[in-house]
Structures are given as structure tokens and as C-alpha cells.
Design a protein around this ligand. Structure first.
Ligand SMILES: Nc1ncnc2c1ncn2[C@@H]1O[C@H](COP(=O)(O)OP(=O)(O)OP(=O)(O)O)[C@@H](O)[C@H]1O
Ligand SMILES: [Mg+2]
Length: 311
């Protein structure tokens, strides 16, 4: 197999804080690989160690132990950095510049000539949907517009690998969809994307592979399709015309239900129970509106591995 674009092996980072020099083990024995063409999701609850890992990868801080490489080059590597577009968490954009000036400056700092930087800036500002605000001072932009400016800066030098720390943060649902589409398109153009997020539905729609961290350690890693349990977890049966008597009879047989408007939604665990529930409902004169098998979602996996397992 080809050399991974990102290889992290047994990475550890311990911070010392306060007067007592208390130890915070932010990253513990973290290993993973990101291959060319992947959209890779880096997940974990608040404080799990995502940003710390990303800061190590981008050379902003040093690991306490372990190793990491980008394009096969041990970090920190200026050569590797030149091939990366990076969106930091809460990107800082100089408040007195306009998005055009800021993104063009980032292009120049990445080595683009003046004319190329100017042309690329226009292209990427259009790409992230803020060309209309390209000449307003940054301090007048909303959080979402700032985030887009940061994304444009990450794209300006046409990098092979995008490292994005919470790219959807601060965006409304439409903005999030636009960033999802952008990530998909960028992959189609041949880029590899590594991003961290809390928004699991976005990951589910986008990622080929995920790594989930909890308290600094990897708890789950692999292909998304293989991680989610495939069996049906529950079948939701939606009924109309169900009276309280039927609801009570279902509860007695261990099928909890809730009302959603005119409907009664019955959660049935165990495939073999579905027939009996339907028979009971029809016998009681209710109408079956919908029968929906529910598979495990990424949210279920996240709660199972990253939250419940720790409590
Ligand atoms: N410079 C620092 N000094 C001391 N502790 C730190 C420092 N940076 C991070 N930490 C601690 O390391 C742990 C991991 O933080 P990190 O920012 O990597 O988490 P995260 O997964 O990015 O969280 P979030 O989802 O909230 O962005 C936390 O306990 C945090 O308080
Ligand atoms: Mg973070």
C-alpha cells in the first residue's frame, strides 16, 4: 500500500498546568493513518484531544513522545507544510483586513506569485460563498463568514491535504451543507481531507474512515461502514387511531410507545416481535402507517464507545 499522507504512531502529549505543575494527559498513545483520497473524520467529545493532536501534526506544539509524519516526512517539516491547507479551531483573521486581503496574504506566504495569489483568492472566496463580502473589513463579518474566510485561506495554495479543525463550527444548517458539499468536491478534485468535528450526522454523510478519541485515547478506529453494527436495533411502528387501551396493552408486553401528534410510535426491539405488535394493533382497530427498521447510527456508536464506556 502507498505511503499514508498522515501517519501518527503512539503519540503522547502531557501538559503541565498551574503552580503545582499538575499533569494533563491530553493525548495518550494515539495512532492512526490517513491515506490519499480519504475523507477522514476525527471525533471525540469536548476535551478529547483532537485539537492537541492537530496542533502536533501542524507543528504548532511538540509531542511529549511518539512520532508523526506527513507525506512520509517526520514533523515538523516545512516541505510537508507547504503541501497542506490548515484551518485552525476558531481561526484568527486580522480584523482590519478584508477577506480578499487576508486570503491573498496567505497565498503570498505560501509562495504564490502576486498575480496567481490574486486569481486564486477570487476563485476560493467564490468557492466558499463569500465573494459578496470579500471587500468588507473582517471585523464586520459574522462567525460563519469568518469560518469561510479561514476555509478560503486553507484552500488558496491548492494543497494536497486539508487539515480542518471543526470546519462546520459557527455555520447554520445551510452553511454546513455547503461545507459538506465543498469537502466532497475537494476530494473529487484529488485532495485528501482530515477534519475534526462534533457533528456526527456530517461525519456519517461524508467520511470513509473515522477515529474516535475519548480522554486522549483512541476508542474506535476504522472504516465507517464496518464500525456500525449492521443488525436492526429496533423497529419503529407508527400507528394511527390507537387508543389508550392499546397503548397500555403494548406497554404491558414491553413495547414502549410515545405520541407524535395523531400517531402512536411503538419502539419494538427484536425482529420476531414485530409481527405480534402489528397483529395486536390491527386487532384493536388501529391503522399501521409506517414500519421502519432502525440501524445503528454513528451517534449510537459515539455514545456507546466515547461516552457510556467512560462513565
Ligand atoms: N495549552 C494547554 N495547557 C494545558 N492543558 C491543555 C492545553 N491545551 C489543551 N489542554 C487540555 O488538553 C485536553 C484536550 O484538549 P483539546 O483542545 O485537544 O480537546 P478537543 O478534543 O479539541 O476538544 P474540543 O472538542 O472542545 O475542541 C483538555 O483537557 C484541555 O484542557
Ligand atoms: Mg478542539
Amino acid at each position: 500500500m502507498a505511503e499514508p499522507l498522515i501517519r501518527v504512531q503512539h503519540l503522547n502529549k502531557t501538559f503541565r498546568i498551574g503552580f503545582t505543575r499538575r499533569r494533563v494527559e491530553a493525548v495518550r498513545d494515539v495512532s492512526f493513518e490517513v491515506h490519499a483520497g480519504d475523507i477522514f473524520g476525527f471525533l471525540g467529545p469536548n476535551g478529547a484531544g483532537k485539537t492537541t493532536t492537530i496542533k502536533i501534526l501542524t507543528g504548532l506544539i511538540r509531542a511529549s513522545s511518539g512520532s508523526a509524519s506527513l507525506f512520509g516526512l517526520p514533523i515538523p517539516s516545512a516541505k510537508a507544510m507547504a503541501r497542506i491547507g490548515f484551518l485552525p479551531e476558531n481561526p484568527y483573521v486580522y480584523p482590519y483586513l478584508t477577506p480578499t486581503e487576508f486570503v491573498e496574504m496567505c497565498g503570498r506566504l505560501s509562495g504564490l506569485s502576486g498575480a496567481v495569489a490574486r486569481e486564486r483568492t477570487r476563485t476560493v472566496l467564490e468557492r466558499v460563498g463569500i465573494l459578496y463580502a470579500a471587500d468588507r473589513p473582517v471585523r464586520r463579518l459574522s462567525k460563519g463568514m469568518l469560518q469561510r474566510t479561514g476555509l478560503a485561506a486553507a484552500l488558496v495554495a491548492d494543497p494536497e491535504l486539508l487539515i480542518l479543525d471543526e470546519p462546520m463550527s459557527g455555520l447554520d444548517p445551510v452553511g454546513r451543507k455547503e461545507v459538506r458539499d465543498l469537502i466532497f468536491d475537494e476530494r473529487k478534485q484529488g485532495r485528501t481531507i482530515f477534519f475534526s468535528t462534533h457533528i456526527l450526522s456530517d461525519v456519517e454523510m461524508l467520511c470513509d474512515r473515522v477515529t474516535i478519541l475519548r480522554q486522549g485515547s483512541v476508542v474506535v478506529s476504522g472504516k465507517l461502514g464496518e464500525l456500525l453494527r449492521r443488525e436492526v436495533r429496533r423497529t419503529d411502528v407508527a400507528l394511527s387511531g390507537a387508543d389508550e387501551e392499546l397503548e397500555a396493552a403494548l406497554a404491558e408486553r414491553g413495547h414502549p410507545a410515545f405520541r407524535a401528534g395523531e400517531r402512536l410510535i411503538v419502539g419494538v426491539t427484536g425482529k420476531e416481535q414485530v409481527g405480534a405488535v402489528l397483529a395486536l394493533a390491527l386487532e384493536a382497530g388501529a391503522e399501521v402507517v409506517e414500519v421502519t427498521p432502525r440501524h445503528e447510527t454513528l451517534e449510537d456508536l459515539f455514545v456507546r464507545e466515547a461516552i457510556d464506556a467512560g462513565s
